[in-house]
Design a protein around this ligand. Structure first.
Ligand code: NAD
Length: 353
C-alpha cells in the first residue's frame, strides 16, 4: 500500500499494488466510509466485473457494463440513471481508460468516490483529467474531483489483455515518460520515475509477449504503468500528446494504436534538441537513438507502425497538421506546420526515424 501525494491537486491517493487485491475491495470501501458500489465495465469485460460483484455480496449495488471509448455523454447519462436507481454511494471501475473515464464522469456529476482497477497501461487512474464526447466533439477538463481516491493494481487482471493491445498500450504508457523526461517542469524525481517506468517495460514487455499469462512479467509491466501514469500526473506533456489528441479527435482513431505509431517520430523530432534528456532511453532500449529504439521495439513486438494501416489518408494529414499548430503550446523544439506535416508523413508511411 502506498499513499501517493503526487496528484497535482494535492489530494492523497491510496494505491495498492498487489496480486489478489481485487478480492479486498470491501476493506477499501470501509476505509472510504461507503457501503454500496456500482461496478463499471465495458461489454467486453463483464466477466471481470461479475467476479467483483460476487466477492462484494450485498455491498454491490449492481453492474453497469456500457462503458465505451471517448466517454460519450449518452452512456454517462445511462450510468447516472443506474446510480440513482441503485442508490450507489461509490463506483468501482474495472478496465482501461474508457471505463475509468466513465467513473470519472460520474464523479464529476455526483462527487461519488471512486475505486479503480486498471486493466490496461494507459494511466488515466493517475490523473484529475476527464475527456468526454458530446455530438462527436471531444472536450477535456481538469478537476480535482475526478481524481480516483483508490487505485488497485492487480496484475492478475492485466494478464487477459490481448497481445496486440498489450503492446500498443505499453507504448502509450512509455509516451508519458518520454515526454516527462524533456518536460519544462521535469524534476529529478519525475525523471527517475520516468526512466524506471521505461526500464520496466523494456524488460517486462518481451517476456509478456513470449508468455502473455506470465503474471510475474505482467506485474513488471504493470509497475511500469504505475510509474508512467505518475509521470503523466506530475509534469506537462508536449507535442506527442497534443498531436495524438488531435489525430484521435479529428479522425476518430484508436487511442493506444495512435500513440504507438506516432511516438518514435515525435521522440526523434524532439531528440534533435533534447538528446541529453533522451540518451538514457536510447541506452535502455540498446539503440543509437531513443526514436529509433522505440521504433525497433514496436516493430519487434508486432505493433502497427504506419498511420495508413489505421485507415488514415494523406489528405487527412494536411488537416491534422493545420489543426496541430492552431493553438500554441510548449515543446522543447519549436515547430511549424511544415515540420508537423513532414513528421506525420513519416508516421503515415511507417518509416524508421
Ligand atoms: P480502453 O479502455 O478503451 O480498452 C480497449 C479495449 O480493451 C476495451 O474493449 C476493453 O474492454 C478491453 N480491455 C481492457 N483491458 C482488458 C483486459 N485486461 N482484458 C481484456 N480486455 C481488456 O483502452 P485504453 O487505451 O486503456 O483507454 C483509452 C481511453 O482512455 C481513451 O479515451 C483515452 O482518451 C483515455 N485516457 C484518458 C487519460 C486521462 O488522464 N484522462 C489517460 C489515458 C487514457
Amino acid at each position: 500500500v502506498f499513499h501517493a501525494g503526487f496528484d497535482p491537486a494535492g489530494q492523497v491517493v491510496r494505491v495498492r499494488f498487489e496480486r489478489g487485491a481485487r478480492r479486498d475491495l470491501g476493506q477499501e470501501m470501509d476505509a472510504l466510509g461507503v457501503s454500496r458500489a456500482l461496478i463499471l465495465t465495458t461489454p467486453q469485460q463483464v466477466a471481470q466485473g461479475q467476479e467483483i460483484v460476487q466477492s462484494l455480496g450485498d455491498r454491490a449495488a449492481g453492474l453497469f457494463s456500457g462503458a465505451a471509448m471517448h466517454t460519450p455523454v449518452e452512456v454517462t447519462e445511462e450510468a447516472m440513471a443506474e446510480i440513482r436507481a441503485s442508490r450507489a454511494d461509490c463506483t468501482i471501475a474495472i478496465g482501461g481508460g474508457s471505463t475509468i473515464g466513465l467513473g470519472k464522469a460520474i464523479a464529476y456529476r455526483t462527487n461519488l468516490p471512486q475505486i479503480v482497477l486498471p486493466t490496461t497501461y494507459a494511466g488515466s487512474e493517475a490523473t484529475p483529467v476527464l475527456g468526454q464526447t458530446e455530438n462527436g466533439v471531444k472536450t477535456t477538463l481538469k478537476s480535482p474531483g475526478v481524481q480516483p481516491e483508490v487505485v488497485v493494481y492487480d496484475a492478475d487482471l492485466i494478464a487477459t489483455l490481448p497481445v496486440d493491445l498489450t503492446v500498443t498500450s505499453a507504448l502509450n504508457a512509455m509516451a508519458h515518460s518520454v515526454e516527462g523526461l524533456y518536460a519544462r517542469d521535469a524534476s529529478r524525481l519525475s525523471s527517475a520515475l520516468a526512466l524506471e517506468g521505461i526500464r520496466a517495460f523494456a524488460e517486462g514487455l518481451p517476456r509478456v509477449i513470449a508468455a502473455p499469462t506470465d503474471v510475474v512479467a505482467r506485474e513488471e509491466t504493470l509497475f511500469g504503468a504505475w510509474l508512467c501514469g505518475t509521470v503523466l500526473a506530475q509534469v506537462g506533456m508536449a507535442l506527442h500528446h497534443k498531436l495524438c489528441h488531435t489525430l484521435g479527435g479529428t479522425l476518430n482513431l484508436p487511442h493506444a494504436e495512435t500513440h504507438a505509431i506516432v511516438l518514435p517520430h515525435t521522440t526523434a523530432f524532439n531528440e534533435f534538441v533534447a538528446g541529453d534528456r533522451l540518451r538514457p532511453v536510447a541506452d535502455l532500449l540498446g539503440s543509437d537513438t531513443a526514436g529509433g529504439g522505440l521504433f525497433d521495439l514496436a516493430e519487434k513486438l508486432g505493433a502497427p507502425l504506419a498511420l495508413k494501416s489505421l485507415g488514415v489518408s494523406e489528405s487527412d494529414l494536411d488537416r491534422v497538421a493545420e489543426l496541430a499548430v492552431q493553438n500554441s503550446y510548449w515543446n522543447p523544439r519549436a515547430f511549424e506546420r511544415d515540420a508537423v506535416r513532414a513528421l506525420l508523413q513519416d508516421a503515415y508511411e511507417g518509416k524508421r526515424p
